[in-house]
Design a protein around this ligand. Structure first.
Ligand code: G1P
Length: 302
């Protein structure tokens, strides 16, 4: 069955990274399985995809990532244990996600960069537009971030990159887009991209619009990625592949309406943990009370 134009059926999750920022926690456990309250980080992204109508999940893995596959597989012993004890709510909770998705895995083999991770999904993605979700960026939004992007894609009919305005001192951690100011009004938060550059020095950044971890891509990105040479760290950057693609078609940036947490660093992870705990009806009140009781929070004067 071919995809109708504008329909996104597949979401790619690059998950082959080593997670060195979280060592020793990630020595024997993938960083994607670090837990925010009671769900691994990657499940937030997968649920976002499902809630955006995308249920074919393609996960790019590597050595040491088996826990991800087990997590999205049926857990026979666990299910019968919960069933026998009448723990219906928990049973439903762990069954839900496996039932809702159709998941495939492809190994990246070598850590050759985000562009390379996308390239190895070509056979699974085929000749249709698709989403890329970087699970580190957990976005709380309504409608879900990916759904917002799919709606933009349906209108502009070209690749869409999620962007966010970030403080100048942080800009070098991101791909950065330069906006084409002559493009006219494309809708709220939508820009046409004039150029993009991966992790520029602060003084070279063309704007404060940073690429965050959501992309809607078209299958011509694969040829562009193949034409992209590795950077000085030996990696093929998705940003550079997109820069190549920009020569042959318009590409768009979209400012997501929502709250993004970068769980890929410790401070961002902690903020996300507190944020999501405070959104949980069962935890919000006692947890808030606990936070307020911490002596370090009560006053900064001495
Ligand atoms: C990657 C991309 C970068 C993007 C960022 C968003 O970088 O290469 O362009 O801004 O994700 O999270 P990474 O964070 O993997 O170094």
């Amino acid at each position: 069955m071919g995809a109708m134009s504008g329909t996104i059926r597949k979401a790619v999750f690059p998950a082959a990274g080593l997670g060195t920022r979280f060592l020793p926690a990630t020595k024997a456990q993938p960083k994607e399985m670090l837990v925010l309250v009671d769900k691994p980080v990657i499940q937030y992204g997968v649920e976002e995809a499902v809630q955006s109508g995308v249920d074919n999940i393609v996960i790019v893995t590597g050595r040491g990532k088996n826990a991800i596959e087990d997590h999205f597989d049926v857990a026979v012993e666990l299910e019968s244990y919960l069933e026998q004890r009448g723990k219906t709510a928990l049973l439903e909770e762990i069954r839900k996600i496996t039932r809702l998705i159709n998941v495939s895995y492809v190994r990246q083999g070598e850590p050759l960069g985000l562009g390379h991770a996308v390239l190895v999904t070509q056979n699974l993605v085929g000749n249709e537009p698709f989403a890329v979700i970087l699970g580190d960026d957990v976005i709380d939004a309504n409608p879900p971030a990916l759904k917002q992007m799919i709606d933009v894609f349906a209108r502009v009919d070209g690749p869409v990159l999620a962007v966010e305005r970030v403080p100048h001192e942080d800009i070098s951690s991101y791909g950065v887009v330069k906006v084409d100011e002559s493009a006219g009004n494309l809708g709220r938060g939508v820009h046409r991209i004039a150029d993009l550059v991966e992790k520029p020095r602060r003084e070279d950044a063309p704007s404060n619009l940073a690429i965050i971890g959501r992309y809607i891509l078209t299958p011509d990105i694969f040829d562009s990625l193949r034409a992209t040479t590795s950077d000085r760290t030996g990696e093929i950057q998705l940003t550079n592949g997109l820069r190549h693609l920009l020569r042959s078609r318009p590409i768009y940036a979209y400012e997501i309406d929502g709250v993004r947490h970068d769980t890929g660093n410790k401070l961002g992870f902690l903020k996300a943990l507190v944020y999501f705990a405070l959104k949980r009806p069962d935890l919000a009140e006692p947890f808030r009370k606990y936070l307020e009781s911490l002596p370090t929070l009560s006053t900064s004067s001495r």
